[in-house]
Design a binder for this molecule. Structure first.
Ligand code: NAD
Length: 439
């Protein structure tokens, strides 16, 4: 992670370019949202960077600055956007198609959205079976495609006068694959790019291009992308922050709040059945069993890690955990999730919890994209490189150093995030011990 105590962090001055491979529902909702906030049309609800605070010192000190005032972050006015998609529509058309935001709001943002057109994408249908695109790069092999992406990145930076860049993957979910031999080291991976190895996913070509140029890369999808030794080696070599994976937005957000509650009170779990209906393009992509498998694996991990059945066999051994996503077009982006949780209390008496979350997928995801862009840029300026575990807060399946289990509990993740910031400033960490008030 490269975390250093009391480190000198370069100030966020000049423009920050936010590059988005995949400019669909989440990306357009994010960009339109930032443009709306910049014009005073909306409040950035859901963004910790924009709305959060941090306590410093004792509870009696009354020192609770805004996060923004505590550490140097790029301002919304300093952000500029670019990206790639397999469809050529500009961001005004794409946002209209995504159907997340009201037409009346989009009409007010028409000028900045219309000006943004995706660059041609690196894509292979073998990795996203339900999509076939028209707006694609052509190249003799995957290394040539990576070089084209690097040229795009450098041109974007120059044309927009950016001081710094970050990349947040907002593209579709790729099919589930385990890392293979070609991912074992950077040298093998680079040969694999030149040989167009089938095991290298398009998202990995983007990640390679970004990390090679020192551009921080965050992965919003459940793809394995940077979860491989080769790209982690590259991130260490180029001192580039990486983070992932899969934005923690709806059902898993709830899960990582409720499961720690069960465990804190030593309540048992018999089973947790989670199902969703979703009608956007993401839902359509996830209707393919191989893409769904990526999502399923990403979603299933949280409960096992939080509940630790091996440590608490009487409470959590053999609980049933089922996750379903059903593609149901009438709902569009308005996902509905149901959770049925069968729990056991004192003397084994059964009880149930039911959660019905009528959420909006991209409305929950957009502020995460914003925060990740700002934090990844902060990490880069703070000299933090490689896996940014302190950003686990934002992910369904947080990346960790090999051999470490991920921390899923939302409030531990939040504490970790804020303590990381205190640490970089050289301030005292907050342990919540509280003994000093009673001495
Ligand atoms: N919205 C949420 O709550 C949420 C939560 C967690 C993860 N995600 C993930 O975020 C991603 C984006 O979600 P969305 O709702 O915006 O989906 P979307 O289908 O609206 O947008 C994805 C876009 O990526 C494009 N794309 C696919 N492959 C590409 C490639 N190789 N290069 C460039 N563009 C490519 C598609 O054409 C599409 O426009 C998905 O992977 C989704 O699983 C979303």
């Amino acid at each position: 992670m490269g975390l250093k105590k009391g480190v000198e962090v370069k100030q966020a001055s000049g423009k920050l370019g936010v590059l988005l491979p995949g400019m669909g529902a989440v990306a357009t909702t994010f960009i339109a949202g930032v443009e709306a906030v910049k014009r005073g049309l909306a409040v950035p609800i859901g963004s910790l960077c924009e709305m959060g605070t941090i306590r410093l010192g004792k509870r009696t000190d009354g020192k609770v600055p805004a996060l923004r005032d505590y550490v140097s972050l790029a301002g919304l006015g300093d952000l500029c956007f670019g990206g790639w998609d397999i469809f050529p529509e500009d961001m005004f058309q794409a946002a209209g198609k995504a159907g997340v935001l009201e037409r009346s709001l989009l009409d007010q943002l028409k000028a900045p959205l219309e000006a943004l057109r995706p660059m041609p994408a690196v894509f292979e249908q073998a990795w996203v079976k339900k999509l076939s695109g028209t707006h694609l790069k052509k190249g003799a092999n995957k290394m040539v495609l990576a070089e084209q992406l690097m040229a795009d990145i450098q041109k974007f930076k120059k044309d927009n006068g950016c001081d710094r860049l970050v990349m947040v993957w907002c593209g579709s979910t790729e099919i589930y694959r385990e890392p293979s031999d070609v991912h074992a080291s950077l040298a093998v991976f680079e040969n694999g790019l030149r040989d167009s190895d089938d095991n290298i996913a398009p998202s990995q070509v983007y990640a390679y291009a970004a990390i090679k140029l020192g551009v921080p890369f965050a992965n919003g999808a459940p793809n394995m992308t940077v979860d491989v030794p080769a790209l982690q080696e590259l991130a260490r070599n180029t001192k580039t922050p990486i983070a992932g994976k899969d934005f923690k937005t709806g059902q898993t957000l709830i899960k990582t709040v409720l499961a720690p509650m069960l465990k804190a009170r030593m309540l048992g779990l018999e089973g947790w059945y989670s199902t969703n209906i979703l009608g956007n393009r993401d839902g359509e992509v996830l209707d393919d069993p191989e893409s769904f498998k990526s999502k399923e694996v990403s979603k299933l991990g949280a409960l096992e890690h939080i509940l630790q059945p091996e440590k608490y066999p009487e409470l959590y051994k053999d609980f049933t955990h089922v996750v379903r996503i059903n593609y149901y077009p009438p709902r569009g982006d308005n996902k509905e999730g149901w959770d049925n949780i069968d729990i056991r209390g004192w003397l084994g008496y059964p009880m149930q919890i039911k959660v019905n979350f009528l959420c909006r997928d991209s409305i929950l995801a957009a502020p995460i994209v914003l925060d990740l862009a700002l934090w990844m840029d902060f990490a880069s300026r703070a000299g933090m490189a490689g896996i940014q575990e302190w950003l686990s807060f934002y992910f369904k399946s947080p990346m960790t150093q090999a051999g470490l289990y991920p921390e899923h509990d939302l409030f531990i993740q939040l504490m970790k995030l804020k303590n990381t910031l205190r640490y970089t400033r050289g301030d005292e960490l907050i342990t919540h011990l509280g003994a000093e008030y009673y001495d």
